[in-house]
Design a protein around this ligand. Structure first.
Ligand SMILES: [Zn+2]
Ligand SMILES: [Zn+2]
Ligand SMILES: [Zn+2]
Ligand SMILES: [Zn+2]
Length: 269
């Protein structure tokens, strides 16, 4: 907890790395280098066609124009807004590099679509959840990092088939699972007074990613105890450290042996 407070928020910000890659043809707009001047003066969203301009050249976006159709917010005068084709052409011609270029994204994105692209960019990184480690990268690289730096074992599994996760009663810890299509999952286990709590999460850069369901169960032949849980896994990029949303409790009474096996089934939705 709290480990990320000191970590620089350097991912996906639209205000950083705003180099103009191809401020092409129409350079009649003076301030192309300063992209802040290409934001709507009212709502500060990046301007995209259609762009409207009052007689005093204040430029605003379509939705702000709809809110104030005949009175300029800045001049406070009744005005006639005209389309500003020159600026529309300029914003269309500006292509920016994705902030995930260092993680392998080669996309060149129209200026005003940068934020949308980065929200779903498949090259966005996930983070090492270990306190004090600042490593980040695509999930495949993260997996290599886990095994190289921490010798964390990862287990390959097949969707829709139950496999046993071993829980050591003394040191529950965590383990990494790799699906047949390369998706990675993290099981985190912690000791609590009542037993061992388990969280299972899908590690992906965007919460809009692929969804998976998880089923866990535990039984004890001596006592006839049986318990199962099924839930949709949370998608996390591990930015906030180890997953803590515990969904399953293995009661202390079942942990008499050194190793307890919990069958887990993961299913894509
Ligand atoms: Zn606006
Ligand atoms: Zn105006
Ligand atoms: Zn990208
Ligand atoms: Zn690390």
């Amino acid at each position: 907890m709290g480990k990320r407070q000191h970590r620089e928020k350097d991912e996906g910000g639209v205000s950083e790395r705003r180099e103009v890659a191809a401020a092409g043809a129409t350079n009649t707009i003076d301030d192309l280098e300063n992209l802040d001047n290409l934001e709507c003066l009212i709502c500060s969203e990046p301007l995209r066609p259609p762009i409207f301009q009052c007689t005093m050249r204040h430029t605003i976006c379509l939705s702000c124009h709809d809110k104030f159709p005949d009175k300029c917010f800045f001049c406070s005068n009744t005005t006639v807004y005209n389309r500003c084709l020159e600026l529309e052409h300029a914003v269309e011609s500006i292509k920016l590099a994705c902030s995930n270029g260092k993680h392998g994204c080669t996309a060149r994105i129209t200026y005003y679509q940068k934020e949308e692209h980065e929200k779903d960019c498949p090259h966005a990184p996930c983070f090492c959840p270990v306190t004090g480690c600042s490593f980040k990268g695509p999930t495949a690289t993260l997996l290599e990092h886990f095994s190289r730096e921490y010798k964390w074992r990862s287990t390959k599994f097949i969707y829709n088939e139950a496999f046993g996760v071993r829980i050591r009663g003394d040191t529950p810890g965590s383990c990494i699972l790799v699906g047949e299509d390369g998706h990675i999952f993290m099981i985190n286990m912690e000791m609590e007074p009542a037993g061992i709590v388990i969280s299972v999460c899908s590690i992906q850069p965007h919460i809009t990613g692929s969804k998976f369901k998880c089923r866990l169960s535990i039984s004890c032949s001596e006592t006839g105890y049986y318990q199962a849980a099924e839930f949709q896994m949370r998608i996390i990029n591990l930015y906030d450290g180890m997953p803590k949303d515990f969904m399953f409790l293995v009661p202390k009474g079942l942990l008499r042996r050194a190793i307890t096996i919990v069958p887990v089934t993961i299913t894509p939705e």
